[in-house]
Design a binder for this molecule. Structure first.
Ligand SMILES: [Zn+2]
Length: 508
């Protein structure tokens, strides 16, 4: 027996009679038969009437890549808001924040013309500059990227395409060594990852500054542009969108500096040019790069919606994911997947007529990816936390989804075992769907950092790694999405958020 969609209805339950499958041995929170039958309804709705495939395909294949500050990102914000309204959420809105200049890549072509002719696989780095049509010049490798004042190399830089990265190999590359799925034992094993120390963050910032300064110097010396080696995934044709470098504030600001053209070449193509240069063989390259800085609207937006609470409505359980992406692929996995799972979890809860005691809110952030010297991305969630600072005290928990397409296997402890254990208990009835429990250790996450820094208990789910290698590459496309895994994830998120929203008392 199925109870049809009752979003906004006053009817609490209509007797589904669907057993909460998967007795796990871990006791359910004492929430009674009504609670259990709602969990059953969430499973049915999420596994049998999912909108995941349709929503993710539209976001990735029709809206496409969503760099912060672009019209595509704005379209994604509007689309997500329309979906949330159609799914029966309340208080659906776009909240603006100041970002700066957006950037689009319009065309790329690149080839080697000597010692033989070969088209080169590559793309512009995000926020890099254009050429004025096809520009040919010699390839030049600079050991450090830093030139002394009267370095004899300075003369050679004029008109050259400059390679900055060494490309020696100690072994050929064969296989990504990430496991596809965690075993149950791996989920429960302590992770040794530790968050970056402030000293490490400072050292990295200083390195970014040096590298940016040396690229500015190359521009001043008349270099045509800079070539970088794409190493994130070493297979031919897997290109990073960016090298984990900051976007200089001078480039982001409206009216700021024009950036130097900067190309990422597929590892094998880059290494071919590099080996020839090291062997003293002259190499000539030609690139035609068209990119565009967008100045019309320096604002960016987060899309927010919620399922209102009842007697504890001013306490909030929040789910978040970032809707923005890099430009190489279509951002289907990073983080279209998390965004669609968050939306789907909300849709499921509305569809089964859930009436949580606490408000369950969803935030789809922009500005997670672009890094600036002042902050490592996370700009959208940071703007939200700042604008809503007086409400954060009443935020019971924040859950972040930014790990791609794998099903959820548990919850990261995040140095808050008492709270994580409560969350793991709420997830326990889903053990038949692959949920194992609490993973000891710390996950260095994304927008959850914003909320953790603001004092909100913030968690990421443990997900099977699957295709993490596609993140930030042109292979971040819908093809990499495992729809069944994402259906499971939406059910787990919906049950977890609902369980916490119904809980007696807040998290320890
Ligand atoms: Zn991400």
């Amino acid at each position: 027996m199925w109870c049809p969609k009752m979003a906004g209805s006053l009817i609490l339950l209509c007797g589904w009679g669907i057993p909460a499958a998967g007795a796990s041995g871990v006791s359910l929170p004492a929430q009674g038969a009504q609670y259990e039958s709602l969990i059953g309804a969430i499973r049915q709705e999420g596994l049998n009437r999912s909108h995941i495939a349709e929503d993710l395909r539209y976001l990735a294949d029709v809206i496409g890549p969503r760099l912060t500050g672009t019209p595509a990102m704005d379209r994604a914000n509007e689309w997500a808001a329309d979906k949330m309204r159609a799914y029966g959420l309340s208080e659906v809105r776009l909240e603006e924040w100041y970002f700066g200049r957006g950037w689009e890549e319009l065309a790329y072509s690149g080839r080697m013309t000597a010692p033989f002719v070969k088209p080169l696989i590559g793309r512009s780095v995000a926020w890099a500059g254009s050429t004025g049509g096809p520009e040919a010049g010699p390839a030049l490798f600079l050991d450090t990227g830093e030139l002394g004042e009267d370095d004899p190399l300075a003369e050679q830089v004029r008109g050259a395409w400059v390679l900055l990265d060494p490309a020696e190999r100690d072994r050929p590359f064969y296989e990504n060594d990430m496991p596809l799925r965690w075993t149950d034992e791996e989920v429960l094993r302590r992770s040794v990852e530790v968050p970056r120390t402030p000293e490490e963050a400072l050292a990295e910032e200083q390195r970014f500054r040096r590298e940016f300064a040396s690229r500015r110097r190359l521009a001043g010396l008349g270099a045509r542009g800079v070539l970088r080696r794409s190493r994130f995934r070493e297979s031919l044709g897997w290109l990073e969108s960016i090298l984990g470098e900051e976007i200089p504030p001078e480039v982001l600001e409206v009216g700021g500096v024009e950036p130097l053209p900067q190309v990422l070449l597929a590892d094998a193509d880059y290494a071919l040019v590099y080996r020839n240069l090291r062997a003293g063989v002259p190499v000539t390259l030609e690139f035609d790069l068209r990119t565009r800085l967008l100045e019309q609207d320096p604002l960016s937006y987060n899309t927010i919606g919620e399922l209102p609470g009842t007697d504890l409505a001013d306490e909030v359980v929040m789910i978040g994911a970032h809707l923005d992406s890099w430009h190489g692929g279509t951002g289907a996995l990073d983080d279209g997947a998390g965004s669609v799972v968050a939306m789907e979890a909300m849709r499921i809860l509305a569809a089964v007529g859930a009436r949580p005691r606490r408000t369950i809110r969803v935030g789809l952030w922009s500005g997670e990816e672009p890094e600036r010297l002042t902050h490592r991305g996370l700009f959208g969630s940071y703007a939200y936390a700042k604008a809503h600072a007086d409400e954060l005290e009443r935020m019971m928990v924040y859950f972040n989804l930014d790990q791609g397409t794998g099903r959820i296997r548990g919850i990261w402890e995040q140095e808050n075992a008492p709270a994580a254990r409560v969350i793991a208990e709420i997830m326990a009835p889903l053990s038949d769907l692959g949920v194992v429990g609490m993973k000891p250790g710390f996950y260095v996450g994304s927008d959850d950092i914003t909320f953790a820094e603001a004092g909100v208990p913030a968690f990421s789910f443990v997900q099977d790694p699957m295709e993490w290698g596609r993140f930030h590459t042109e292979m971040d496309t819908f093809d990499g999405a495992s729809i069944d895994d994402l259906k499971q994830a939406a059910v787990v998120v919906a049950v977890t958020a609902y369980g916490l929203a119904m809980r007696e008392g807040r998290l320890p």
